[in-house]
Design a binder for this molecule. Structure first.
Ligand code: C5P
Length: 309
């Protein structure tokens, strides 16, 4: 039997926050029409894709996250296998996810892992065939996945899955307050639909962008989620009290972010908030750094080559 030697690949799967998330309508397919500004963060999971004999396998460093068909990375592997024109079930690869991002936290931990896996598998199995694009495969997996093929600062339209790259926002330090529970995206949109009356949350904070343009910091889902989880409002107040120039929930929660001009101010705020909630410090990752950092690379510290039959 012919034997191939293929390298194990390591891909960084960076987190995102939604600088703003506006719900602008309801779609016939039940989804919500969004206008959201995504921003990549330096904080990341690491996805290792390793050629191996036998059927596809998935493992996750965090035992609370299942490494089975319910994991979006498993579905990414099945989609990519088909898109590359192969038949049957995926095989010849195993994937390991070294998890640092919380599940259900609004940082798109699952979606970014899926996009990272797609990038590596496209190298190993070949690009999508039959006119399909990697972006089409990404879109089918979830509304947040296509953004991770771009990174940096980007506008998400339609379901949040039509991506228009924007000029990078100026660098900021970010404090992430993590209340420790996950929020289901479907449930958050449902709470939003059933809210009593649209509640005015005051004028949104703005962060100066480039060319005089400014980005709003506001999340239309926040009031509905915070009504069920008071920790969200508490975290936002703590962050603003610590000097954040703006703070908001990201995605459907539960993570709340605050923006700071300096690392020192961010570290001080994280230490203060840490008395009540787990808190992490990260920073914006611009598009060129994102592109470099999330490219599949030969995995160091692993056997560089694995024989496959
Ligand atoms: O596409 P994704 O799996 O991320 O979405 C999860 C759920 O969130 C959807 O089934 C839908 O109920 C809701 N959603 C929505 N509008 C969006 C994105 C997600 O209603 N734009």
């Amino acid at each position: 039997m012919a034997r191939t030697i293929a390298p194990a690949l390591r891909v960084r799967a960076h987190a995102k926050i939604n600088i703003s998330l506006r719900v602008v309508g309801r779609r016939a397919d039940g989804y919500h029409e969004l206008r959201t500004v995504f921003q990549s963060l330096a904080l990341h999971d690491t996805v290792i894709v390793e050629p191996a004999r036998g059927p596809f396998r998935l493992s996750v460093s965090d035992p609370s996250i299942p490494g089975d068909e319910s994991n979006i990375v498993w579905r990414a592997a099945e989609s990519m296998w088909r898109a590359a024109g192969r038949r049957g079930r995926p095989s010849g690869v195993r994937i390991h996810i070294a998890k640092h991002l919380p599940a259900g936290g609004g940082l798109a931990g699952g979606s970014t892992d899926a996009a990272a896996a797609l990038r590596a598998l496209a190298q190993i199995w070949g690009a999508p065939r039959g006119g399909a694009l990697l972006e089409d495969v990404a879109r089918e997996l979830g509304a947040d996945v296509p953004y991770f093929l771009y990174g940096g600062t980007a506008l998400g339209l339609d379901r949040g899955d039509r991506i228009v790259p924007l000029p990078d926002l100026p660098a900021r330090w970010v404090v992430l307050g993590m209340p420790g529970f996950g929020v289901s995206t479907a449930e958050a949109f449902d709470w939003f639909d059933r809210r009593a009356a649209p509640r005015g949350s005051g004028p949104p904070a703005r962060i100066a962008g480039v060319d005089g343009a400014a980005a709003e910091v506001i999340n239309d889902l926040e009031a509905a989620v915070a009504a069920r989880h008071p920790e969200i409002g508490r975290l936002e107040q703590l962050l603003l009290g610590c000097g954040a120039s703006a703070a908001a929930m990201t995605g459907s929660g539960s993570t709340v972010f605050g923006l700071f001009a300096t690392e020192r101010a961010a570290e001080r705020a994280a230490a203060h908030i840490g008395a009540e909630f787990p808190a992490r410090v990260s920073r914006f990752l611009d598009r060129s750094r994102f592109t470099r950092a999330s490219r599949p690379m030969p995995a160091r510290g692993l056997p560089e080559t694995v024989r496959i039959g």
